[in-house]
Design a protein around this ligand. Sequence first.
Ligand code: OOB
Length: 550
Amino acid sequence: MSAGHPDGPDHVGWPAEVAARYRAAGHWRGQTFGSLLTSLAAAYGPRTAVVGETEDGLARWTYADLDERAHRLAAGLAGRGIGAGDRVLVQLPNRPEFVSVIFALWRLGAWPVFTLPAHRRTELRHFAERAEAKAIVTVGEHERHDHAATAREVADDVASVREVLVVGSPEFAELSRTEPREFPDPDPEGVAFLQLSGGSTGLSKLIPRTHDDYLYSVRESARICALRPESVYLAALPVAHNYPLSSPGVLGALHAGATTVLAPRPDPDVAFRLIESERVTISAVVPPLAAAWVQAAGRTERDLSSLEVLLVGGAKCARELAERIGPALGCRLQQVFGMAEGLVCYTRLDDPDDLVLGTQGRPISLDDEIRIVDPDDPNAASTDEVAPGETGALLTRGPYTIRGYYRAAAHNATAFTPDGFYRTGDLVRRHPSGHLEVVGRAKEQINRAGEKVSAEEVENHLMAHPDVLDAAVVGVPDEYLGERTCAYVVPTDGAEPSEAQLRRFVRERGVAAFKVPDLVVVVDSFPVTGVGKTSKRELRAALAAHARNR
Ligand code: OOB
């Protein structure tokens, strides 16, 4: 393994004595995801594991089916030269093969790199380069985009990428029929996959998660959300994201022997149809989607009575919205505040209403260490705690929170404290019960309906335009999205770029649509007095204030 990569180690592990403590506490149990599937198939063989659309209509796979498919596909992928430690970009929408592909890779000890269906050429190229990915697994045409063509472009540009495998193609079907064989189980304390960070300083970083640490969070999430074999989890959000994947998500549902229903789209029409037909008991949404469901529930003919729990997270759920969810949908609200880097907080199903409506929950584990520190000091130490109940910047470390990003030593030096706490960039306050209330954000990131946009990344795309001298991207409050992106642009001398041109320019650079600025304001100079051009951070703060007052 290339621990000696010039950009830093693949995996910054936990100190040995800390790891020993997590093992002794029973958090880390030495199981891999591949062996988990084997034991699930033994325990729940004939029960339905996954329901979702394929080319041949609605597929229903039992646990035994899923196990066999993952076995065969693992053998097929091995035949294509994919093996332990290889990184494989996975870009799949919500369809059953997502699950068989990731378990096949896990059985091989290969590392899925979880990209979103929204990602485009430039982002995929970045992930493939960073991870030195060997292959890309994707689909053909989906939502009017030819993913296979984009993947092939990336493969042409990135030397390490040798295979593009297209789910739904005859070639993929052939691979999925390969005679199964066994592979050595990988190290449970080793990296299982790479997740993506939301990104605040430019492009997304890669997040190495281990079998042991992730399985702990999945197991506990399933328990906290009361999943049981009779549960039916509707995956409405894109399943590659950490939230619908593991909080409790598809993996939590599998862990409990429950059924996962994969919704091709999250809008109320599709979701309500599936809730009715599959008798869905639990689902998970972001706040804007919760609002859309609440609104649609008032006029739907669908029977939603099976729904017991709706998780809401990924972005702040306003109390007013929180209060409407239970009555409108006839279910219990569970708030979730999590991050791909690790820490996940839930309100508990037996918490008093005030905490469920007014906080974002408390951590999964008693071993999740929380420090709320001086919000004005980006380098605050874990000991610089604010007074109890005061707002501050959230630092955390624990049994499933990373100690460093993949090959990013320079970034890690500021993203983590010297004693290993992750600087979340979130501003929170702690209630006496230990529940956290998210009150804001210190990081240079826009949370657009739960999708994270790095201000710097979008600025860099804008500044690549010949008519743009400088750009600053800020979030402005939006009733529906929570926040939308507003780009302030200073043109080069004499140039007059239009808003439409600049938005098209960013889109054509091959980035996810959610990163294209919602609003572009062309100005002669930044409309701010008293802010020098020395700190983009101060400039953004002043522009955000300006945008709010427009
Ligand atoms: C989830 O993961 P990411 O990695 O896309 O984003 C993490 C960030 C947090 O640092 C915070 O800024 C924001 O998203 N966030 C929330 C929130 N949940 C996440 N902000 C306010 N209230 C909430 N409830 O978004 C994620 C991962 C696992 C489970 C749930 C969400």
